[in-house]
Design a protein around this ligand. Structure first.
Ligand SMILES: Cc1cc2nc3c(=O)[nH]c(=O)nc-3n(C[C@H](O)[C@H](O)[C@H](O)COP(=O)(O)OP(=O)(O)OC[C@H]3O[C@@H](n4cnc5c(N)ncnc54)[C@H](O)[C@@H]3O)c2cc1C
Length: 390
């Protein structure tokens, strides 16, 4: 590796922090620049497939993440209009045996703070807040980033972990603004005692409705309850986590099952995410600069895999860099080669799942026949390409 220059990371979200930690574990010095005044995650719950635990185990963070998580016994899909059970897939027992790892749900803030603590415990990682990366220059033997305010910093490489609206991607890929999916997510979190006993379920439950769906599951060892309501809308807003309009939500959900409406009523303030993604590409790296996580392959959340893919990326990238520390451009190419098809498949399949969840009429009937007619083992076969990796 060139001199003692650290590897620079732009962005201290889930992807940036886990990448810093995976690289430090291989002995590399890392400097993380986060634009926000503190390292903090907003949002609500995320689901973690067994594939993330396979890579977390490699870097020794599996138990830390599981300590804050909840393990749902099953994943259930119901018709949001009739209440009919469409499918129930057990996530313990045979699932665990098949994939060798658990399925868990966790608050974004909890996984992020576990990654942050791990980074803080490493002498090789420097964490810097209120530091926005504005631009960079790749000199061939090193990279210089220019931070907001004009300060410059040198590194042997730069990894863009700066999310959906990545500045680094703008330079490398240059594909403009993300694609607006036409779907909006409203998210809210309740404490367990706010949830009426007859509505509290330990499982991940998805209510599929016409042009909308609603998901709920417990978080933080069962102390919290996560609600996500998704519906069609052409609204576009850059950035995440603005306040949602309750009336708009009711317009889309009125007429659905009382179990759904009673839970929706309990949230005072919804946070809103306008859901976007991008077309898959395979040019995530250029010389000493690479993209990772949402900056490389932003995806819709319907397969619940954005954070899982960023974590897989991080571990693969660290392995490739460790294998070729004196040729970082080649290490980055090897990382891209190993990752682009898998992540592209998730990007594309997430769109398909979104259409499935929001199906109406005959399409909904076909969906119910297809997923409802499967045994648990057949459901596991269908998702083995994803949960069995990387
Ligand atoms: C509604 C919803 C539900 C989801 N559910 C799941 C799920 O169930 N399972 C799952 O695995 N994933 C899920 N995801 C996806 C997951 O949250 C993201 O894929 C993941 O957070 C991406 O992490 P990241 O670090 O790549 O990007 P981000 O989390 O966007 O982090 C980017 C960081 O970079 C910083 N930054 C940006 N620009 C700059 C700059 N110029 N300089 C310095 N810092 C900068 C930002 O402030 C931020 O901290 C969901 C997403 C949504 C919207």
């Amino acid at each position: 590796m060139s001199g003692s220059n650290p590897i620079l990371i732009s962005g201290g979200g889930i992807g940036g922090l886990v990448t810093a930690y995976a690289l430090a574990q291989k002995g590399f010095a890392v400097r993380v620049f986060e634009q926000a005044p503190e390292f903090k995650e907003v949002g609500a719950g995320i689901q973690l497939g067994p594939n993330i635990f396979r890579v977390l185990e490699k870097i020794g963070l599996k138990d830390e993440v599981l300590a804050d998580a909840h393990i749902p016994p099953s994943q259930e899909m119901r018709d949001a209009v009739t209440g009919k059970l469409i499918t129930n897939i057990p996530l313990n027992g045979a699932f665990r045996e098949r994939f060798g790892q658990p399925y868990a749900v966790i608050h974004r803030a909890d996984i992020h703070s576990r990654f942050l603590k791990a980074c803080q415990s490493s002498k090789l990682i420097t964490l810097e807040t209120s530091r926005r990366v504005d631009s960079y220059e790749d000199h061939g033997d090193r990279v210089t980033v220019t931070l907001e305010g004009g300060e410059r910093a040198d590194g042997c490489a730069l990894i863009g972990c700066d999310g959906m609206w990545s500045k680094i991607r703008e330079r490398i890929v240059g594909d403009g603004r993300p694609r607006v999916s036409g779907h909006i997510a409203y998210r809210g979190v309740l404490t367990r005692d706010q949830v009426p006993a007859d509505l509290w379920r330990p499982d991940v439950v998805l209510w599929a409705g016409p042009r909308c769906h609603f998901v709920h599951y417990p978080l933080r060892r069962g102390e919290l309850y996560n609600l996500v309501a998704v519906f069609h809308s052409d609204q576009y807003e850059e950035g995440w986590n603005t306040e949602g309009n309750k009336e708009l939500l009711w317009n889309h959900f009125k007429g659905l099952r009382p179990e759904v409406l009673r839970l929706l009523e309990l949230i005072d303030t919804w946070r809103m995410w306008v859901l976007c993604d991008r077309e898959p590409v395979k040019n995530w790296t250029q010389g000493r600069v690479a993209l990772l996580g949402d900056s490389a392959h932003p995806m819709l959340q319907y397969l619940a895999q954005g954070a899982c893919m960023a974590t897989e990326d991080a571990v693969v990238l660290a392995e490739k860099v460790a294998a070729q520390p004196n040729d970082l451009p080649a290490a980055f190419k090897a990382y891209q080669q190993e990752r682009y098809l898998r992540t592209a498949r998730v990007q594309i399949m997430a769109r398909v799942y979104g259409e499935f969840y929001h199906a109406r009429g005959v399409t909904a009937e076909l969906r119910d026949m297809a997923v409802g007619g499967r045994t648990a083992e057949q459901s596991y076969d269908g998702i083995a390409w994803l949960y069995g990796g990387p």
